[in-house]
Structure formats: structure tokens, C-alpha cells
Design a protein around this ligand. Structure first.
Ligand code: DGP
Length: 113
């Protein structure tokens, strides 16, 4: 069994509040939400971070942005707005070494500084 927690969520071996999924991606609620809507979108295939994005299949890469947008739309934040963040590496504080996008919204978000 994989030791990667997000691989285990993708496989259904670890419970998560999944809100959307298809053959390439899973979206689920972050365990430590920073806002009323705080989702994580992951590729099913294990890619450690954005720095290894070339390891994603060409099809998954091509579909990633559309899946993110559809996930935000289905979470009800497309009209009010949302933020997508990918922490990459130590200076960004990446905790889970499986590429993921945070989709955060449902409130007026502060500045980026
Ligand atoms: P990052 O710093 O970008 O690697 O953030 C990792 C996020 O993943 C953090 O906001 C908490 C969340 N997280 C970590 N483990 C789990 C888990 O087992 N389940 C869920 N739903 N979220 C998790």
C-alpha cells in the first residue's frame, strides 16, 4: 500500500470528503480549512509537486485547469471568486508531497502579502 496519504485518498483507502472525481483527478475538502470553501484537487497519479509536472500524462495536464474550474463552479464559488494555490517545496511550506491545488473561497480573501 502506498505511504502517500493523497494516493491513499485517491484509492479510497483513506476516507475523505470527496466532492468531485473523474479518471484523472479527485477533489476533496481540506482537513484544515482556511475558508468556508477549501478544497484540494489532486491528480490520481503520484507526482510529488509542481516541479515534477512533466510526469503528469499529457491528457491530465491538458485537463487540469478545466477540472479545477469545474470543481470551483460546483462548489458554488465561481461567481463570487476563489483562489487556487499550489505550494511547491520547502519555502512554500509544502507538507504533502503529492501535487495538489488548494481551491479557496466562500469569503472575501485577504491580500497575497
Ligand atoms: P500543503 O502545505 O500545500 O502541502 O497543504 C497540505 C494540505 O493538506 C493541508 O492544508 C492539510 C491537508 N491535509 C493533509 N492531510 C490530509 C488528509 O489526510 N485529509 C485531508 N482531507 N486533508 C489533508
Amino acid at each position: 500500500m502506498s505511504e502517500c496519504i493523497f494516493c491513499r485518498i485517491s484509492a479510497g483507502d483513506v476516507p475523505a470528503d470527496v466532492v468531485a472525481q473523474d479518471e484523472d483527478f479527485v477533489a476533496f475538502r481540506d482537513a484544515r480549512p482556511l475558508a468556508p470553501v477549501h478544497l484540494l484537487v489532486i491528480p490520481r497519479s503520484h507526482v510529488a509537486s509542481l516541479d515534477e509536472a512533466e510526469e503528469l500524462s499529457a491528457e491530465a495536464s491538458a485537463r487540469a485547469l478545466a477540472f479545477l474550474a469545474a470543481t470551483a463552479r460546483s462548489a458554488g464559488v465561481a461567481e463570487t471568486g476563489y483562489r487556487v494555490i499550489t505550494n511547491t517545496g520547502p519555502d512554500a511550506g509544502q507538507e504533502v508531497m503529492h501535487l495538489h491545488w488548494h481551491v479557496i473561497g466562500g469569503t472575501r480573501l485577504g491580500g497575497m502579502a
